[in-house]
Design a protein around this ligand. Structure first.
Ligand code: AMP
Ligand code: ZN
Length: 468
């Protein structure tokens, strides 16, 4: 398996710490609002990464945090507290909105076939771990107390900017849009623990050796990752905006604390942009999965849209391009549905397609290339049973529900009196209905009727009957 590693800025052979078991950490959402489809692009691609690792034979132990405390609206330590802002907006407590939006995020993941990580930890549940790490950092002189807050001192590291070489532009304290914190020794120092912040109405506070307070944003991922996955992490993932300062700070504090290198591979997903720039929650205007559904798009269409391009390339979202993905998805599903499950699976013949699919994944998760394997199977000179066997296998990674509803059709498939074009129209109608495009569904029903067939909806799908 070859993966691009942001740390070394090159595609590298992936060698996990323990040769069969991979540890993988994902920065989870800040649950003060719905996830937008940009956030979900990152989670889809990370899901594909986990499933690709499984496909090539690794067992993956994956953990994700849920940021329900501590993330201020700028990625530095300034601005508003995102959770507090969300709670005020909705007249609820921080924990209420955290629960509501965590559940909403989980539902979005289900709709998009994103596997919920094995370990999911809300940041508010690991306060003791952060305190213990911060104590060590203070003892080792990596941290200092200034005016009530604890800061990490970046000048104590040999190399702080390991994930980026654009030093000057990136220094938080030197950016014009960010207010300067006079209590810091170096502009890039960051807060590990706040006891004194401008948020006097901060809802969640905990006792600590330094007084009542709450953790900084970055410490949660270090704490949760080390607690759940150990001192050596194989892969850390996130959207590209997490590279700096979040991941840079995670490395600084984790390695300062552990005294050895921590995470070997950094996997960053490029942004989903709108035609006017980056899609972001804080801008207030964003697209959600539910909104796409309301507009008649199956969430699988969005998943396919994401898989069609490489995770390291920016992707511009428009409804025109989503429509193209929708049409490709419908065609694909129709083709799969027209495959008859006949013959015995030809294992030997299937090998070359599996190898081809695997190669695409091993090539830095080249999902668009992996999709071509699907089309190759559809065209291949192999029997229906083998095609279905391969598509089912590929779908363990692609997660496009390629074979869903296949069973319910057998009744019609077996009915050889029904012509292929009628079957295809019935399939198209079914997809139109799934997409809540009832207009189109009615037109298709009329077309089927005009060809002398009647379509009857059943509990599991539909049935086609020859008209009188
Ligand atoms: P947040 O909830 O803001 O912490 O973001 C959750 C995840 O979504 C993080 O991994 C971000 O890096 C990622 N992310 C944020 N905006 C985008 C975007 N426009 N496209 C892709 N990923 C994003
Ligand atoms: Zn994180």
């Amino acid at each position: 398996m070859k993966l691009y590693n942001t740390l070394t800025r090159q595609v590298e052979e992936f060698i996990p710490h323990d040769k069969n078991n991979v540890t993988m950490y994902t920065c989870g959402p800040t649950v003060y609002h719905y996830a937008h489809i940009g956030n979900l692009r990152s989670y889809i691609m990370e899901d594909v990464l986990e499933k690709s690792l499984n496909f090539v034979g690794y067992k993956v132990k994956r953990a994700m945090n849920i940021t329900d405390v501590g993330h201020l609206s700028s990625d530095g330590d300034t601005g508003d507290d995102k959770m507090l802002k969300g709670a005020k907006r909705e007249n609820k407590t921080v924990l209420e909105i955290a629960k509501f939006y965590t559940d909403a995020f989980k539902k979005d993941c289900e709709k998009l076939n994103i596997k919920w990580p094995e370990i999911v930890v809300p940041a508010t549940t690991c306060i003791d771990e952060y305190i213990s790490i911060i104590k060590t950092l203070l003892n080792k002189n990596y941290a200092y107390i200034s005016n009530g807050n604890i800061y990490f001192d970046v000048s104590k590291l040999k190399e702080y900017y390991v994930l980026t070489n654009q030093k000057n532009d990136m220094i938080v304290g030197a950016r014009e849009d960010v207010e300067e914190d006079k209590d810091k020794k170096n502009p890039a120092d960051f807060v590990l623990w706040f006891t004194k912040s401008k948020f006097d109405d901060q809802e969640l506070k905990w006792e600590s050796p330094w007084g009542l307070g709450y953790p900084g944003w970055h410490i949660e991922c270090t704490g949760i990752s080390i607690k759940t996955l150990g001192e050596y992490l194989d892969i850390h993932c996130g959207g590209i905006d997490n590279k700096f300062p979040h991941h840079t700070n995670e490395i600084a504090q984790s390695e300062g604390y552990l005294g050895h290198s921590w995470c070997k591979y950094w996997f960053h997903v490029e942004h989903l942009n709108t035609t006017t720039g980056k899609m972001s929650k804080s801008k207030g205007e964003f697209l959600t999965v539910s909104l796409l559904e309301e507009k008649g798009y199956d969430p699988m269409v969005y998943r396919l849209f994401c898989l069609q391009s490489h995770y390291r390339k920016q992707l511009v979202f428009s409804f025109d391009s989503l429509d193209m993905a929708k049409s490709a998805y419908n065609k694909l599903i129709n083709k799969v549905r027209s495959i008859e499950n006949v013959g015995d699976i030809e294992i030997e013949k299937s090998e070359e397609y599996i190898i081809q699919f695997k190669k695409a994944l091993e090539n830095d998760i080249n999902t668009s290339l992996a999709l071509t394997s699907v089309y190759d199977v559809l065209k291949a000179d192999i029997n229906g049973a083998t095609k279905l066997y391969l598509l089912e296998k590929f779908d363990t990674v692609l997660g496009l529900n390629l074979l869903k509803n296949k069973v319910s059709e057998n009744k019609t498939e077996e009915n050889s009196d029904i012509p292929q074009n009628v079957k295809e129209l019935a399939e198209e109608r079914k997809i139109a209905k799934q997409n809540k495009d009832y207009n189109k569904a009615d037109i298709l029903r009329n077309e089927i009727t005009s060809l002398g067939y009647i379509i009857k909806d059943t509990k599991d799908g539909y049935e086609i009957i020859k008209g009188a």
